[in-house]
Design a protein around this ligand. Structure first.
Ligand code: FAD
Length: 502
């Protein structure tokens, strides 16, 4: 089958749909090729918390504009190694995107609330439009609203969205994009076009790439298990397509972001004890490796990077009857972790009886996640750790509690409470929110070319792009969060590709 259009978008997720809809509203004909057989929207369907800078929506509500302060601070944190033009374009692109969204869906935009990106420092994080949340009555997440709106706009403007579409080649002539070869529902399709926008998302489901860039993660994967929220299409095909079309690939700054320790389990109390200031974390060697409460102090992402460095990424949260009692006695005065960690506020039981009523059914399941034992050695056997090593760790810890000085991991003295048993352990999982980067882009989302300059007509958007973050010894240091970058880069790519194709 032969088709013709101005712009082909490869990947019908967040950035791809925004890019396609934006180009269509500028009068270009667009075909979106989505690999999934049924679903559009990719990871953006699940995203809700974001940053927006300088939008009309914010100005109308007299919200303070922190753009310059935010940019300076993020550039300081990344040692001014991020391209400044790219940084300011994608930051401004968030506001330009939201202005456009408001134009095409004014009622939806009006229903957004004023809020802040969940991981932001109020000192420089912008107050802006937010939608979503958890629990009964929570509004639909921003990401899903954007995905639905962009897909509706594409359909309204008569553009094609093809599911079950596997792209085989981006065709070029003299370094210029001329078309795409794909298989749609198994049937070959050739599309002649002027521009291609690659928006295939993460590559976390490509074992070779994960092993190449994050061998420690490949080693930890049997322990982590499969992450159900990670799309099976995240196999990195877009990277191979870009490279074959002559794009300059990034080897230095591709990153995978970790999350941990995560203790969601059948018992809310056991899950929450990971956030208790009195628990300890041990690795597979039975040793402490960090000052506990790291999710609250460092954030769940940076704390996850420390967990990844532990043998096979394995970590257990250990507490006992005494530390449980001390935690209950603190009532609602608990350290509050960042999402997606459990959160003790307001629901933690008041008595040990209530706590055990919550814990016992989970422990009886014997599911390899929650454990109880009368002695440290018995607990060690159950969690597969050397009993002598764990005994030494707990004994040393109790010594630090007696001394009031934690010479191992530097816990505040008021958090030190000895463990005397019976003992409990919760397997603390290690998660990831994706693998990022690969295609080198300029400030207008044009794919840079291997031989210098750009591949004419080739654009990229979303997670597949490098540029907005650095890989600093394996840790992702970014200037903008993923969803904001996805919609901003999609908007810029759609705008620039539309101009080019016109
Ligand atoms: C559970 C979850 C919650 C999140 N929450 C937040 C949040 O609150 N805030 C935030 O900032 N970020 C969040 N993110 C991250 C954010 O959703 C992503 O960064 C964003 O979706 C990236 O957009 P994208 O277009 O690059 O990828 P996606 O939206 O994932 O879309 C990629 C699309 O490409 C398709 N595809 C893959 N390969 C091909 C191919 N070869 N051909 C055609 N199609 C292909 C995929 O099927 C998918 O539909 C979250 C992610 C997840 C998974």
């Amino acid at each position: 089958m032969q088709k013709t259009c101005d712009i082909v978008v490869i990947g019908g997720g967040g950035s791809g749909l925004v890019a396609g809809a934006r180009a269509a509203t500028l009068g270009r004909s667009v075909i979106v090729l989505e690999k999934d057989k049924k679903n559009l929207g990719g990871g953006l369907n699940m995203a809700s918390t974001m940053r927006t800078f300088g939008s009309r929506w914010q100005k109308e509500r007299n919200l303070p504009d922190t753009t310059m302060l935010y940019l300076r601070n993020r550039m300081d944190e990344t040692f001014w190694r991020i391209d400044r033009k790219l940084a300011s374009n994608v930051i401004r692109g968030t506001g330009a995107f939201f202005d456009w969204f408001e134009e095409i869906a004014p009622e939806k935009a009006a229903d957004f609330d004023v809020g802040r990106y969940v991981f932001d420092d109020p000192a420089d994080g912008p107050l802006g439009p937010q939608s979503g949340g958890h629990g009964p009555g929570a509004k639909k997440g921003s990401g899903r609203i954007f995905v639905e709106t962009a897909a509706e706009k594409l359909r309204e403007l008569g553009q094609e969205i093809l599911l079950d579409a596997v792209t085989e080649e981006i065709c070029t002539e003299n370094g210029k994009v001329t078309g795409v070869k794909a298989a749609v529902a198994g049937e070959p399709v050739e599309i002649a076009c002027k521009a291609v926008i690659l928006a295939c998302g993460s590559w976390i489901r490509n074992p070779e790439l994960v092993k190449k860039y994050y061998p420690a993660l490949a080693a930890a994967q049997p322990y982590m298990g499969e992450s159900p929220h990670m799309n099976w299409n995240y196999t990195g095909d877009g990277l191979a397509l870009a490279e074959a079309a002559g794009a300059l690939m990034d080897e230095e700054n591709r990153t995978i972001r970790m999350m941990g320790p995560m203790t969601m389990c059948r018992s809310r109390v056991m899950s929450d004890m990971a956030a208790s200031r009195y628990s300890i974390y041990v690795n597979a060697l039975g040793k402490r490796y960090i000052c506990e409460g790291s999710q609250m102090r460092m954030g769940v992402f940076d704390s996850g990077s420390v967990q990844l460095e532990q043998p096979e990424g394995k970590v257990f949260v250990i507490f006992d009857e005494n530390t449980l009692a001390r935690t209950l006695a603190d009532g609602d005065d608990q350290p509050q972790p960042q999402v997606p960690m459990p959160n003790m506020a307001g629901h933690f039981p008041k008595t040990l009886e209530e706590a055990h009523a919550d814990m016992d059914p989970a422990l009886e399941k014997n599911d390899g996640v929650t454990f109880r034992a009368d002695t440290v050695e018995e607990l060690a056997e159950k969690i597969g750790v050397d009993p002598a090593a764990l005994k030494e760790t707990v004994d040393s810890y109790n010594g630090y509690c007696a001394e009031g000085m934690d010479w191992d991991c530097y816990k505040p003295s008021e958090w030190l409470a000895p463990m005397t048993g019976p003992f409990y352990a919760v397997k603390a999982n290690l998660g990831t929110d994706g693998a990022f980067g690969g295609i080198q882009i300029d400030e207008n989302m044009r794919a840079k070319a291997k031989d210098g300059g750009v591949v004419e007509g080739l654009y990229a958007a979303g997670d597949i792009c490098s540029g907005r973050f650095l890989n600093m010894t394996g840790i992702k240091k970014q200037i903008l969060n993923d969803m904001s970058f996805a919609v901003s880069s999609g908007f810029i790519a759609g705008t620039c590709a539309a101009e080019y194709a016109g």
